[in-house]
Design a protein around this ligand. Structure first.
Ligand code: RP5
Length: 175
């Protein structure tokens, strides 16, 4: 992380968080860090912590049932294996929940993906790709951008930069 990025990261974590990033274990952090980094790039305040559906069920209940009152607007939940964290969180909050299936060593994250994506009608979780934490951060930014012109403008610049990067690579290949 560059110093500039790190300072954006610290200030994004210091303000009233708009996005809650939770994960089942500290072993998920190397994957979930990409969601935090994306939100920091957009200067969107977030909080990040460990909440385990199975090892800390009472903490999960407290987190999910208080999230909306505490001012959070979107939750990103990442877990691996029997990945019940995103779905159980979605069951206990009116906020949109984005699920990140974390890749596992035994089943390559197929288990995480299916655990998160196969939600019953009435309790949706917006599921991104296996280890797709950066897209989860981007999707959270797009959700906030519905009512936040500043974030929408940043999203437009983000897409323009991405396009320019691909066009530059194409031009280099063609040269
Ligand atoms: C899940 O079990 C976590 O989300 C993690 O992906 C997986 C393994 O956890 P650890 O045994 O590494 O703590 O609850």
């Amino acid at each position: 992380m560059t110093p500039t990025h790190q300072s954006a990261h610290q200030s994004a974590q210091a303000s009233q968080p708009r996005v809650g990033i939770i994960m089942g274990s500290d072993s998920d952090l190397p994957v979930m860090q990409a969601a935090a980094d994306l939100l920091a790039e957009f200067a969107i305040p977030f909080e990040l912590t460990i909440v385990s559906a199975h090892r800390t069920p009472r903490r999960l209940f407290d987190y999910a049932t208080s999230a909306s009152q505490r001012g959070l607007e979107v939750i990103i939940a990442g877990a691996g294996g029997a990945a019940h964290l995103p779905g159980m969180t979605a069951a206990m909050t009116p906020l949109p929940v984005i699920g990140v299936p974390v890749k596992t060593s035994a089943l390559s994250g197929q288990d995480s993906l299916l655990s998160i994506v196969q939600m019953p009608a009435g309790v949706p979780v917006a599921t991104v790709a296996i280890n797709g934490a950066r897209n989860a951060g981007l999707l959270a930014a797009k959700m906030l951008g519905i009512a936040d012109r500043g974030i929408r403008a940043q999203l437009e610049h983000f897409a323009e930069r991405m396009e320019q990067q691909v066009l530059a690579k194409a031009a280099a290949l063609e040269a």
